[in-house]
Structures are given as structure tokens and as C-alpha cells.
Design a protein around this ligand. Structure first.
Ligand SMILES: *Cc1c(COP(=O)(O)O)cnc(C)c1O
Length: 409
């Protein structure tokens, strides 16, 4: 068996290549000829199966150590199909801090179809077990699944997949993990006891901010059959050209992620030492090595967040970046910066936001593969402008006295 980096480049050839082309062909055909009436061809109609899509689906199943893979037109289409395997009355326990679109899909859509959603802090194993176990005496049956993200967004708390999956398994619940922020390069949740892994392949896997895609991998054939039904009946499949764009992105995943992590680590250290920065959230900083290892992660990825000190307007800094683009999304070759309270998380009521720690001063960076020095210089000049504007606003107060008295501590 080949190793991970080789699998990224080559995937699993599907035995259709008669020309020697080193890349798998892109099949646009939506229909496939039968040899004769009554034949059962491998492909008949593209929603049900397409060779270009099948290449990608087999590859992600291989990379995540699962049995079946599925490609969808977006991460949310993948999540929709996955949650559709449950039935009215089923209870799903959901991590407190999940992607906004997923949160809305649970609360504004699946709740209407009869799923009962219970949000829980997945770091609190006692609370998690209570939520999953239910309360049979009072008619609350055990949860059918627990759903969470390995690294929370934008605060980068590390969830313990093994610990959570152990609890879920004890009560017969499936463990569903959104592995978008981590990728199989840094962790394979199925190896740690999860049953289903989901990706917004729009992010690291495709890696170039040029394709919307979602992937699902199942541990078992049986769960795979249920996802396949949803894929084939809802029809939210990924188109052949997009499948190929994701395949090509995956080829360089490890190289990109190595550079993104190295850049993110340097930037996190730079931010820690910057006087306008109050806190830095990045599990790739020194001191977290044991936590990452114990939770089965090989690295912390390329996303980090930080808070500016009170009084400094984070918009003054963000509006003056030049190498970092002011944009949502993450995981691509170019560096992006954003203000969660006004951009990725603006739909969360302020009270809710503050409860989970997403303050008005919190900035998120999705670090790309550019030169580290250019990224740090870009942040530095933007901080300088934010500082000048701060001084202008506070020209009547003695800033030096405030600094030395620890107001900014
Ligand atoms: C972006 C994202 C999604 C949704 O994926 P789309 O491809 O935008 O539909 C789901 N989960 C996480 C963690 C994401 O970052």
C-alpha cells in the first residue's frame, strides 16, 4: 500500500484510462450506453455515478481511511445529505460552536422536519454524556448522533474526537465530524472512532478559492448506502470539472498545509509579542504540543484568531491590509483576514456571540502560502495605522500612563 503523500498525488486509478494520460479524464457525459437491453452497466446516468466523481470519491475515502466517499456541490449540500439519513423524532447532539450555515441548517431547517437538536459543550464530557444518554424514564431516548467540528471556528478550541466518539458509541449514537479545518493530513477522525467525516472541500482540499465542493466519508458500508440514497435522490452532486479541480487541489494538500502552518505559527508568535494584541488563539503555539498529540492531531492548521486591545478598532487594522485580503473562507493559497462579529458570525445575536467568546475585537486570519515576512510586514503596517487612529481618537488622554498602569493588560 502506498503512503499518504503518494495517495494525494495518485489516488486510486479507476481502470478506465486507455491513453496513458497521467491525469484521470474528465467525463462530461451524462448518459452511458448499455451493451444490450437488460445489461447492468457500471455507469448509466451521471447523477447516479460519474467516473470523474468516482475518482475523487474513492480518493477521499482512501485518505480518510473509510469505506465509501461521496462528492457534493458544496459543504452544506454534503451536510444536508448526511443529516437526511435521520428520521423525525431522532435527537442529535450538536457541538456548541459550529459553522453558521450548519447551525442554521439544524435549527431553521431540520428542526422543521422533526429532528430534535441539543447544543452541548463537547469539551464537557459529563454534559455530553448526559445529553447523548437522554432520559428514558421521562421519554427522552438516547441521541442518534453527535455532530461537531474538530477545531472550532474562530476560537480554535481542539475537540477530542476519540473521547467524544467513545461516549457516543456507549449509547449507540453515530459520531459525525466536520474535518474541514483539519483535513486527513493532520487527523483522520474515523481512526479515532468517528462514523462519518464531512468536508467543505471548498477550503483546504481544493485550496485555491475557486470551487465550492463538499465531501462525505463513511466508516461502514451500511451508513454509506444511506448517504448514497440521499446523494442520488437529492442530486446535489459535484459536477465533473469541479471534481477535477478538487482532485488537483488535493495533490498539493500536504505542501500547502506545511507552509500554511509554518506561516501561521510565525504570525501567531509575532502577534503574541505585539502591544496592540490582547490574546492569540492558535493551538499551534508552543505549549500545545501535548494537547494536539493526545487528541490525535499532527498540527493546528492555518487558521488563527486574536483580539486587539480595548480602544483599538480592529476595522482600522483590517481595512489597511494589502497582502491579506479582507474576505471570509479559509484554507486557500492566499491569506485572508476578517472580523467575525461583522462577517462570518454576524448572524449570531451579540449576546450569543459574546457567550462563546466571539468578541467585537476578535480578528480571524486564514493564512496562505505567501512569504512569511510579507505577511508579517503587512500586519505590522496595518497595526501602525490602527494605532495612529487610536491616538487621534484619544489625543486628550495620557496613553503612556495607561500603558504603564496596565490598562492594556
Ligand atoms: C465553509 C464550511 C462549511 C460549508 O461549506 P460550503 O462549501 O461553503 O458549503 C461547513 N463547515 C465548515 C467548518 C466550513 O468552514
Amino acid at each position: 500500500m502506498t503512503r499518504f503523500n503518494t495517495q494525494l498525488v495518485h489516488g486510486l486509478p479507476i481502470g478506465d484510462n486507455a491513453t496513458g494520460a497521467v491525469n484521470p479524464p474528465i467525463y462530461n457525459s451524462t448518459t452511458y450506453a448499455f451493451d444490450e437491453v437488460g445489461a447492468m452497466p457500471r455507469y448509466d446516468y451521471a447523477r447516479s455515478g460519474n467516473p470523474t466523481r468516482e475518482f475523487l470519491e474513492r480518493q477521499i475515502a482512501q485518505l480518510e481511511h473509510g469505506t465509501r466517499g461521496f462528492a457534493f456541490a458544496s459543504g452544506l449540500a454534503a451536510i444536508h445529505a448526511t443529516l437526511s439519513i435521520f428520521e423525525p423524532g431522532d435527537r442529535i447532539v450538536v457541538g456548541k460552536n459550529i459553522y453558521g450555515g450548519t447551525y442554521s441548517l439544524f435549527h431553521d431547517y431540520f428542526s422543521r422536519w422533526g429532528l430534535t437538536i441539543e447544543s452541548v459543550d463537547t469539551h464537557d464530557f459529563q454534559a455530553l454524556e448526559t445529553a447523548i444518554a437522554g432520559d428514558r424514564e421521562h421519554g427522552v431516548s438516547p441521541a442518534k448522533a453527535v455532530y461537531f467540528e474538530v477545531l472550532t471556528n474562530p476560537l480554535l478550541d481542539v475537540n477530542d474526537v476519540r473521547g467524544i466518539a467513545n461516549i457516543a458509541r456507549r449509547h449507540g449514537a453515530l459520531t459525525i465530524v466536520d474535518n474541514t479545518f483539519v483535513t486527513p493530513y493532520l487527523q483522520r477522525p474515523l481512526d479515532l472512532g468517528a462514523d462519518i467525516v464531512i468536508h467543505s472541500a471548498t477550503k483546504y482540499l481544493a485550496g485555491h478559492s475557486d470551487v465550492n465542493a463538499g465531501l462525505v466519508v463513511t466508516l461502514s458500508e451500511e451508513v454509506g448506502n444511506r448517504i448514497y440514497f440521499a446523494q442520488n435522490r437529492f442530486g446535489g452532486v459535484l459536477a465533473p470539472l469541479e471534481c477535477d479541480a478538487v482532485r488537483r487541489g488535493i495533490q498539493t494538500l500536504a505542501l500547502r498545509m506545511d507552509r500554511q502552518q509554518a506561516n501561521a505559527k510565525s504570525i501567531a508568535q509575532y502577534l503574541l509579542a505585539h502591544p496592540l494584541v490582547k490574546t492569540v488563539h492558535y493551538p499551534g503555539l508552543p505549549g500545545h504540543e501535548d494537547e494536539l498529540r493526545e487528541k490525535g492531531l499532527k498540527g493546528a492548521g492555518g487558521v488563527l484568531s486574536f483580539e486587539v486591545v480595548p480602544g483599538v478598532d480592529p476595522a482600522d487594522m483590517l481595512d489597511n491590509l494589502h497582502v491579506f485580503r479582507l474576505a471570509v473562507s479559509l484554507g486557500a493559497v492566499e491569506s485572508l483576514a476578517e472580523l467575525p462579529c461583522k462577517m462570518t458570525h454576524f448572524e449570531l445575536p451579540r449576546e450569543e456571540r459574546l457567550k462563546v467568546g466571539i468578541t467585537d475585537e476578535l480578528v480571524r486570519l486564514a493564512v496562505g502560502i505567501e512569504d512569511e515576512a510579507d505577511l508579517i510586514e503587512d500586519l505590522g503596517q496595518a497595526f501602525d495605522i490602527a494605532y495612529t487612529k487610536y491616538i487621534e481618537r484619544h489625543s486628550d488622554v495620557d496613553l503612556f500612563a495607561q500603558l504603564t498602569s496596565g490598562v492594556f493588560a
